[in-house]
Design a protein. Sequence first.
Length: 94
Amino acid sequence: MPQKHGCVVLDGRGTIISEGYNFNTFLYKKEFRRGVWSIHAEEAAARKLTKRMLVGSIFIVVRVSASGEFVNSKPCECKCQKMLTKLKVSKVYY
C-alpha cells in the first residue's frame, strides 16, 4: 500500500483504548467471493472494542503518504463514516 492509514481511539477522558492500521487480508466465506479485502484503520481499531466502549469515543485518523508526509485522511463515506455514526462515536479528527 503506497499510503498508510492509522487510527487511535480515545475514551471520554482522553485515554487511548485502541489503535488500528489499514491492511489487506485474504477472506473466504460462503456469502463473499474469494479474494483480497482491505481492512480500513478505523475498522481495525473499532473491532478491538465492544459497542459499549465505542459510544462517546473519539477517533483520530492519520495518513502517511508514500514520501512519509502526514496528509489529510477523512474516513471514507462508503464504509467508515457510516460505521462511526452507527457506533455513536462522539468525535472524529483527521
